[in-house]
Ligand binder design. Structure first.
Ligand code: PLP
Length: 377
């Protein structure tokens, strides 16, 4: 199997699998006062410390959730209930993941003024476009770090610190899902008050995410009950998944630049071979995260090509997994011509991929070009 769909989800590593199974075997409830409970609590707190360290945050600023979608919903709706009571503008972008975009739609329907900043004709985001959309009536700016369809890196690190100075009351949220453990993220440098993270994009288990909440910022709890997670998110914590999340981060710490370099080599090879092959267009650029590359094979529908490749053991995605074959509205934002939008493939890497796998992908696409073209004639 050649797996090029790492932006959808990643293969859990062996250390993650043993952390999850270890958490299942030692089944204590971290709220129990006996030894089994204490052991579970220690596992949970170890993972929290590891994740906090990976961001340069304090452990008390990390809250476990079920996924990044829950983190972003909690963050965005939470701000709408605090600062949003007085200030009614929300600034976001046109290329957010649905877990953020649909929250913005919901709040727009409730009367918030939602400004969605688009990339310019060159497909790039400019800091000044985001900054100038913010005003004194803004409660929240929510902007992703890395786009999940093209790998575009948004200028959050430039925009957020400037906004903090200009509008100290505005709450700044960043969906870091596709950048976490790939780019070095330090909360102070990023300037975010709230950060959404997901474990399954970094070789951890599904069903576990985290929300970073800057110390001093109050976000109302989304799930109430027994008061777990310092009263922020009730419900017995999933210690196996939390331990798996921590193990995933531990496994990747210290290798961000080595992996970035390796994956850049894979992406460069892909671009080189695409450039040499007639009919393949590259939608991403070398300024994007190397982990995600968007290409289009003219004349071949994404879904048809995806299944053709799957028959040869090569797994890719059409647009993004969340669009489930639906035409992506995000892809058009990046200036990809309409006639290619049905033919977009997302190739997303992990450092487990190899150069020869890319050669195999291109060979398979060439076979598809000739054999599927014949069928159409
Ligand atoms: N944000 C981005 C950029 C994503 O790519 C995804 C998943 O594809 C999510 C959020 C949602 O993550 P989760 O599956 O943990 O809810």
């Amino acid at each position: 199997m050649i797996y090029f769909d790492n932006a959808a989800t990643t293969r859990p590593t062996e250390n993650v699998i043993s952390a999850v199974t270890g958490g299942l075997r030692e089944f204590g409830n971290p709220s129990s006062l006996h030894g089994l409970g204490l052991a579970a609590e220690q596992k949970r707190e170890h993972a929290r410390e590891v994740i906090a360290a990976s961001l340069g945050a304090a452990p008390q600023e990390i809250f476990f959730t079920s996924c990044a979608t829950e983190s972003s919903n909690t963050a965005i709706f939470g701000v709408s209930k605090t600062v949003g009571k007085r200030k009614k503008r929300i600034v976001t972008t046109t290329v957010e993941h649905p877990s953020v975009a649909v929250c913005a739609d919901t709040l727009a329907a409730q009367g918030f003024e939602v400004i969605r900043v688009a990339p310019r004709a060159d497909g790039k985001f400019y800091s000044e476009d985001i900054i100038s959309a913010v005003d004194g009536n803004t409660c929240l700016v929510t902007c992703m770090l890395v786009n999940n369809e093209t790998g575009t890196i948004l200028p959050v690190e430039e925009v957020f610190p400037k906004l903090k100075k200009l509008y100290p009351e505005v709450v700044l949220h960043c969906d870091c899902v596709q950048g976490y453990m790939k780019l070095p993220i330090r909360v102070k440098k990023l300037g975010a008050d709230l950060i959404s993270l997901s474990a399954h994009k970094i070789h951890g288990p599904k069903g576990i995410g985290a929300l970073y909440i800057r110390k001093g910022l109050h976000i109302p709890s989304f799930i109430v009950g027994g008061g777990q997670e310092s009263g922020f998110r009730s419900g017995t914590e999933s210690v196996p998944l939390i331990a798996g999340f921590g193990a995933a981060v531990e496994g990747l710490m210290g290798s961000i630049s080595r992996r970035w370099e390796k994956v850049s080599g894979l992406r460069d090879r892909l671009f080189e071979l695409c450039g040499q092959t007639e009919g393949i267009y590259i939608n991403s650029s070398r300024e994007c995260s190397p982990y995600i590359a968007s290409i289009a094979v003219k004349g071949l529908k994404s879904e048809v090509l995806l299944h053709f490749l799957e028959e040869r053991g090569i797994y890719v995605s059409s647009g993004s997994a969340c669009s489930k074959g639906k035409k992506s509205s995000v892809i058009a934002q990046f200036g990809i011509p309409d006639e290619l939008s049905d033919s977009v493939l997302r190739i997303s890497f992990s450092d487990e991929n190899t150069l020869s796998e890319i050669d195999e992908l291109i060979i398979a696409i060439k076979i598809a070009q000739s054999s599927l073209a014949k069928i159409r004639k």
